[in-house]
Design a protein around this ligand. Structure first.
Ligand code: A2P
Length: 312
């Protein structure tokens, strides 16, 4: 980060981790060495994560300062004055005094109370509540010491570049979907040049997404024959190849698991060295496939479309 803080490259994703299972999974993750935790208010499990963190601190498993904890602002709190209260609620749920990183979850604004969009009336356009207004709230949160770093998620190059030119405090991270089927080479180059860190979400293809967010014909990343062949050659799993690939590209990566064996397997991907031939072979797999395509925001008659969301 700009001030020399470091974010551990492999973090634990918590999207889709049910409230009843995340507590035990988190304690196991901390026990085996995870030090980076990716959360969000909308995941509906921050209170359970907070309880598990409190227990872990009390048991001496880990200290707060050893952890990197990220959370995200939901779409219903995009007005400048709503950001700090939303962050305070997340801090109260997590039982923390500060976050390491707070992100604007989506470049999409919604009416307070709307939660998920049902009709166009739930949506607020970016003309009415621009990202720069939300960013002012994020800057206030950082200045108040509530988050050590601030950033964004799901921003296109166009939106990120617009924000970078307006921001008083630059966004330090863009968290986006990244995996061999969605490599986003132009974004990687842009962020490298601008000194913005990328975090890769859905690195394993997020097969546990709700059915409504899945396409019938979608390719299954974990079953890709090229990845399977590389994994076999290294005596590793496909998941480990995917995580190592993300790290080799200089991104951080947040695979989600609630299973002790897979938690350990994913963290051990840090030891896997891919060859330049492996990287080239994986490089050829890109098919611009978004598993999280944002169509949920494209409510009929509303201001968002898939095209204007991704600017492509
Ligand atoms: P589980 O939580 O039961 O381990 P993503 O991180 O792309 O969102 O993917 C998460 C999905 O991948 C979950 O269904 C998770 O299941 C599964 N998963 C996590 N780690 C592995 C692994 N090492 N091998 C296979 N599947 C995994």
């Amino acid at each position: 980060m700009n001030n020399g803080d470091t974010m551990p490259a492999i973090g634990l994703g918590t999207w889709k981790s049910a409230p009843g299972e995340i507590g035990a999974a988190l304690q196991e993750a901390l026990r085996i060495g995870y030090r980076h935790l990716d959360c969000a208010a909308i995941y509906g499990n921050e209170a359970e994560i907070g309880a598990a963190l409190r227990e872990s601190f009390a048991a001496g498993l880990v200290r707060r300062e050893e952890l990197w904890i990220t959370s995200k602002l939901w779409n219903t709190a995009h007005r400048t004055e709503d950001v700090v209260p939303a962050l305070r609620k997340t801090l109260a749920d997590l039982g923390l005094d500060y976050l390491d990183l707070y992100l604007i979850h989506w470049p999409v604004a919604m009416r307070p109370g709307a939660h998920y969009p049902r009709t166009a009336a739930d949506m607020i356009s970016l003309e009415e509540t621009p990202l720069t207004a939300t960013w002012s709230g994020m800057e206030a949160a950082k200045e108040a010491g509530l988050s050590r770093h601030i950033g964004v998620s799901n921003l296109s190059i166009a939106k990120l570049s617009g924000l970078l030119s307006e921001a008083k405090i630059r966004p330090e991270v863009n968290q986006i979907e990244l995996h061999p089927y969605l490599q986003q080479g132009a974004m990687l180059e842009f962020c490298r040049a601008e000194g913005v860190q990328l975090t890769a979400y859905s690195p394993l293809g997020s097969r546990d997404r709700p059915e409504g967010l899945k396409a019938a014909d979608e390719p299954v990343l974990l079953e890709d024959p090229t990845l399977q062949e590389i994994a076999a050659r290294h005596d590793a799993s496909v998941a480990q190849v995917l995580i190592a690939w993300a790290v080799h590209r200089g991104t951080s990566v947040i695979p989600k698991s609630v299973n002790p064996t897979r938690l350990a397997e994913n963290l051990a991907a840090a030891e896997l060295s891919l060859t330049s031939e492996d990287m080239t072979a994986i490089g050829s797999l890109d098919r611009h496939r978004r598993y999280v395509d944002g169509s949920i925001w494209a409510v009929e008659g509303g201001p968002y479309t898939i095209a204007n969301l991704w600017d492509e």
